[in-house]
Write a new protein. Structure first.
Length: 571
């Protein structure tokens, strides 16, 4: 007797009863047996494509996932969705599509699942926006789900040291400053990315992979093995088997992703010096679960979480090193031992966080993670800011930085390209605050990342400088770079009102960012404010600009589960 009651599952709408004979004929056409048709249907969604190395190992892993589903008594149905890969989209018009792709991924997975009435979901993703996009769809649909990361890239080797793609971006700055010849930059670009997998430091992809484990949607240790290591296929098999157990027990994503689970995820980001983009994606995921968890909620967790894992770009190590040191569970063990982590949160194993970690003892002999009492810094590697320049908040990564306070004159640019040109020409002064505006979710549109500019600046070796934007930063950004400034320029925020020479004060210790201009003067400037005309009037970017909300809430384009009338899982 089957342990699954098909009469209560969504797939009954396409497989059961005489009236579904036409539907079943399509399934027979694809080689399914009568038994397979009457088993639960499990969507195996992957973000495979040939756009970048982040994604090219996903289809291989999907085959192992499908076998795991079959082992558990389910019928897997594989499908793909898009990705826009930031490393290739970076520094030009293509980056406008990046954050928008998160919404398209979530929507396309939702529509495929709804249209074909699948009962459960295993989602495989490899690049920055595909991870939160896939998890957003899981929370939105609320069918039993398991997330699987495609794995990170192995580090490249250059002049006897490990390198990542960020070293290449920074090499552009070194070349423009005359520090290295073009031949060395060409040599570096050829070895920095040696094969399949996402960027190797604690950049956005690896940050969101650690989030997936910490929040309970991914199996313990599954974010660790690099993409090329076949052990990852074992996790894919286990993910397929695990989703069938969740389906049998009716454990759903919203049972797992509680408010406390989101707090656990934010702690792991801060403890590892993760990407500032987590402060955009966690609120968006929480929205799909009907939980309010905005930038200020994330920042509050960041503020009280110590920095204990020395990960690139602020630290020394790459994702492969973290895996070899015990992976995300070892990091979580350190936080749990210190009484910081919520141990009673449910996970996709069917056990709580504390139960998953019960057999694991913190290993002080590894080099990547330290215990909380020996923290690298008392405050997490990412800090929230608020003040007269950012009434709706901003975010900065301070992991590995000595320069976390700054006061200087604004140098204002109305797009990233203009600022990058100034940096490349070294047309700035030490002490400046470079301001890039009209790059927010609405104003960009698409909230572009600024890695080309920040990496070039860092590569030139200038420390006494800051960069402030209503756009975003790559997880690979380092230096005093403040992003997500809200309200954005397109919403007449203060960042849209400042002028060259205005004095900006940034203090990451107190969490303040202010502009030394009186409220009366800002009010006068607001009266004279002239919005930029829309950069797009048609297509996906125009629709996104029309619908997107502020970065503080996650740059949302749709209401969340708190507005839900009927959950898909219960159709």
């Amino acid at each position: 007797m089957s342990r699954f009651d098909k009469s209560k599952l969504p797939s009954r709408h396409v497989t059961e009863g005489p009236e579904r004979a036409p539907h079943r004929s399509y399934l027979y056409a694809m080689g399914l047996t009568e038994q397979e048709i009457h088993q639960p249907f499990v969507g195996v969604a992957s973000c495979w494509n040939e756009a970048a190395p982040c994604n090219i190992a996903l289809m291989r892993q999907a085959q192992s996932t499908k076998q795991g589903v079959k082992n558990g008594g389910g019928t897997p149905r594989e499908f793909c969705t898009i990705t826009v890969t930031d490393g290739i989209a970076m520094g030009h018009e293509g980056m406008r599509s990046s954050l928008v792709s998160r919404e398209v991924i979530a929507d396309s997975v939702e529509l495929t699942m709804r249209g074909h009435c699948y009962d459960a979901l295993v989602g495989l993703a490899g690049c920055d926006k595909s991870l939160p996009g896939m998890m957003m769809s899981m929370l939105r649909l609320n069918v039993p789900s398991v997330f699987l990361y495609g794995g990170s890239i192995m580090p490249g080797r250059f002049h006897d040291r490990d390198v990542t793609v960020v070293d290449v971006f920074e090499g552009v700055g070194q070349f423009s400053a005359g520090k290295i010849p073009e031949s060395e930059l060409v040599e570096l670009e050829k070895v920095a990315c040696p094969g399949a997998g996402a960027c190797g430091g604690q950049f956005t992809a690896n940050t969101m992979a650690t989030v997936a484990e910490a929040i309970g949607l991914a199996l313990p240790y599954s974010s660790g093995p690099p993409a090329v290591i076949l052990e990852r296929d074992d996790f894919a098999l286990k993910a397929g088997e695990a989703v069938m157990e969740l389906l049998a027990k009716n454990i759903r994503p919203r049972d797992i992703c509680t408010r406390q689970a989101f707090e656990n995820a934010a702690m792991v980001v801060a403890a590892s010096g993760g990407s500032t983009n987590a402060a955009l994606h966690l609120p968006a995921m929480a929205n799909e679960a009907g939980i309010k968890f905005d930038l200020f909620d994330v920042a509050e967790i960041f503020k009280k979480t110590p920095y204990i894992a020395s990960m690139k770009p602020g630290g020394k190590y790459v994702a492969k090193d973290l895996w070899e040191a015990g992976g995300v569970p070892m990091l979580m063990r350190a936080l749990l031992d210190a009484g910081l982590l919520h141990g009673d949160c449910m996970t996709v194993t069917g056990k709580t966080v504390a139960e998953n970690l019960a057999g694991l003892k913190f290993n002080p002999d590894q080099k990547v993670i330290v215990s909380v009492d020996k923290a690298l810094a008392p405050t997490g590697g990412v800090v929230g800011l608020k003040g007269s320049l950012a009434p709706e908040g901003a975010i900065v990564k301070i992991a590995g930085l000595k320069h976390i306070k700054h006061r200087g004159p604004a140098r204002v640019f109305d797009c990233e390209e203009d600022c990058f040109a100034a940096v490349e020409a070294r047309d700035y002064k030490e002490g400046d605050v470079l301001v890039i505006r009209w790059e927010g979710p609405k104003g960009g549109p698409g909230m572009r990342e600024m890695l080309s500019t920040t990496a070039a600046l860092y590569g030139q070796g200038v420390e006494n400088i800051a960069l402030v934007t209503d756009g975003r930063f790559s997880g690979g950004t380092r230096g005093l770079c403040v992003g997500h400034v809200g309200p954005e320029a397109a919403d007449m925020g203060p960042i849209g009102l400042i002028k060259d020479g205005d004095i900006i004060v940034i203090d990451a210790e107190t969490g303040r960012m202010d502009v030394e201009v009186s409220e009366a003067e800002l009010a006068e400037r607001k009266k004279a404010f002239k919005p930029k005309p829309p950069g797009f009037r048609t297509g996906a970017l125009a629709r996104y600009a029309k619908n997107v909300g502020p970065a503080r809430d996650g740059a949302l384009t749709t209401p969340g589960a708190d507005q839900e009338v009927r959950c898909y899982a219960d159709i």
